[in-house]
Design a binder for this molecule. Structure first.
Ligand SMILES: [Zn+2]
Length: 341
């Protein structure tokens, strides 16, 4: 079993975007009626996946994708809390339909209805709905709902604690995942995403968050942003700041995916980060869709880079399966898997 911990529904049928456009039009003209629920047929869902995520998954030899709505489209900065609630529900309901149509291929992760300045009540309610009613196994948590202006409290602030209490109660991990950027300085996937990954890790180093929540778990995507490359800097900063070592302070709680789009980067990740903290991920189909002319293969075919490292069976099993089952404990039940941690 090869589990990809990081996939988004980037190919969702046009009915979903029509709903969003209706929402956005309504923000500009309050006289417009609220958009109707997205009109998407099962056949449209199948067609949207068969030629993309499922095709690549079969070609690359992966089995199950932990699947969430398109991250760049969360756009929590657009509209109000009410806007985000309706949008998150529409997106999550569609993910649930994908999982129902392809239960062996996809497990759901929720988009939260975050909104700048809003409390987390609506996000907690949507988390509960997605777990209890839709069978989701995780959430995407946006540390910057402002879309590149960083107006929220750090992830280690008590502002977030009500959500963390619910995550602990449900034994549910969060992927730290920003959305699109409305700050022209930060390209979304090329800078904003990686900035957020790096920022979250440094926030975790400087706080006692995991003393307060010993079982809280985060996946930092995109290979951890700048973190693995600068591992020595973070070890040294923790030391200078009188913080616990990374191993004792946060590696029981913080995990990295393998969404690094070249082999040397994957090799570095595996060299510096403990294997128990690495989950296979590709973010396919997503951030970088092209084919590398040097290799002839898609940049986001991250399994190929891992395969090329000649890892032993135990290491491969951890990266491809066992770590994901440990970090996402609800996954085993949803996917009908035996827990093999
Ligand atoms: Zn992503």
């Amino acid at each position: 079993m090869i589990i990809d911990c990081h996939g988004h529904y980037t190919t969702a049928p046009a009915g979903l975007q029509a709903f969003r456009q209706g929402q956005i039009a309504g923000l500009a003209d309050a006289t417009l009626p609220s958009p109707l629920a997205p009109r998407v047929s099962d056949d449209e869902i199948r067609a949207s996946l068969e030629g993309a995520q499922l095709k690549f998954s079969r070609e690359r030899g992966t089995d199950l994708t932990i699947f969430s709505p398109r991250a760049s489209a969360m756009a929590h900065h657009i509209g109000t809390q009410t806007t985000s609630i309706a949008w998150a529900r529409a997106c999550n309901d569609l993910i649930a339909r994908v999982c129902a149509l392809y239960p062996r291929n996809f497990a759901g992760v929720a988009q939260l209805p975050q909104s700048p300045g809003a409390d987390l009540g609506a996000s907690i309610a949507e988390l509960e709905r997605c777990v209890n009613e839709l069978g989701f196994v995780g959430i995407n948590l946006n540390p910057d709902p402002s879309g590149g202006h960083w107006t929220s409290a750090p992830l280690t602030d008590r502002f977030w604690y009500p959500l963390y209490e619910k995550m602990v109660e449900f034994d549910l991990p969060a992927m730290v995942h920003v959305s699109s950027s409305c700050n022209a300085n930060f390209h979304a996937t090329g800078a904003h995403y990686l900035n957020a990954d790096t920022t979250a890790f440094m926030q975790f180093i400087t706080s006692d968050l995991f003393r307060d929540f010993p079982t809280l778990r985060f996946v930092i995507p995109h290979g951890g942003g700048a973190v693995p490359y600068h591992w020595g800097r973070y070890r040294g900063l923790a030391q200078d700041l009188g913080r616990p070592t990374l191993e004792h302070g946060l590696l029981g709680n913080v995990f990295f995916d393998t969404c690094v789009y070249h082999r040397p980067g994957i090799a570095l990740l595996l060299d510096v980060v403990p294997i128990d903290n690495i989950l296979f991920g590709s973010e396919m189909v997503g951030a970088v869709r092209g084919i590398d002319p040097r290799t002839g293969h898609h940049y986001d075919d991250t399994k190929r880079y891992i395969d090329a490292l000649g890892l032993d069976d135990d290491t491969r099993a951890k990266i491809f399966e066992r770590n994901a089952l440990r970090v996402y404990p609800r996954l085993a039940a949803v996917a009908g898997l035996a827990v093999a941690t």
